[in-house]
Design a protein around this ligand. Sequence first.
Ligand code: NDP
Length: 333
Amino acid sequence: YKRIVLNSRPEGDIEPTTFRTETLPLNNLKPGAGEVLVQVTWLSLDPAMRGYIRDVRSYLPPVQIGETMRAQGLGVVVQAGSKSVHSVGQLVSGAFGWTEFAVMKDRHAEKITVPKGVQPLDFLNILGSSGLTAYFGLRDICQLKPGDKMVVSGAAGSVGSVACQLGKRAGATVYAIAGSQEKCEWLVKELGVDKAFNYKSPTFRKDFKEAGYIDAYFDNVGGDILDMVLTRLNKGARIALCGAISQYNATKPKGLQNYLTLISQRAKIQGFIILDYTTEFPAAIEEMGRAIADGSLKGKFHIVHGLEQAPVALPMLFTGGNTGKLVVKVSEE
Ligand code: NDP
């Protein structure tokens, strides 16, 4: 079987030498007591992976050189060790990593029950960490009231597109920021945002200013866009620092110029990490699952085929090559 390991730590952008593929005998993977052998079907590609391969203190330890690259995925139990709570054929999710097969402890291979009207792959998107991140960031930090104006950056991505839709559901006016005209059209026509701004347009700053002041900002990108939004805050505005993808490849992250408006507008800016909300996942999954089933919450996937495509596809997140959730299809379900 194949697995992909971290080969070297990049300085800036991910490079062709950052990862390397290894082929190992499948016979070596034997589940022990309370363990399962999982065949990986799908893997999620996430901007956070750039952080995992950086040797700095963060919310998870860095992936070491020679270790399988960390990644969340879906898979099927193909062998269950003695005393395992799982049976062969069970659909599971877990941090399997960039590999075709993995041996996991039962508690790290979470059984997935797919509700009616939902597809298993939704568990890597709206019902996985992307959707849940949008859900809890909006609920706890943006704290929308009907009539509020909210801005979402990285809006055509996986987290952003859910944040936009949940913002509309909460009765807010939603302004989206994304990197192409096509993405902006999709956001308005398919997801129902009120306005979408292409940050690569020469008139972006002027257009955004004309849209007025805002009450909440769900920030996925950081950098210059965050700094610009800081100049457009209403009194008591809330900013959820979800991510800062514009800075993840930077050797020196950019500072903010306009943060004094946080004082004058009595605004709040707060970071959060989805891993702190695990006990609340089941209720949120149930709520968003119902919304998927009734067609009111939509997800989009950008699918690449084959494990070996993972290192080639990952940089797409940093160039905007994806619309919606970027996933790798590793094997048939
Ligand atoms: P996306 O699907 O949104 O993909 C990333 C997108 O970011 C790209 O498609 C691109 O779209 C945009 N982008 C890339 N570079 C830049 C740039 N320099 N300036 C502006 N936009 C840029 O990824 P996710 O939905 O998985 O993640 C979105 C954010 O959420 C990330 O910052 C991630 O780290 C964060 N996150 C945080 C979590 C938490 O617990 N706090 C959990 C999960 C994710 P475009 O064409 O618009 O440029």
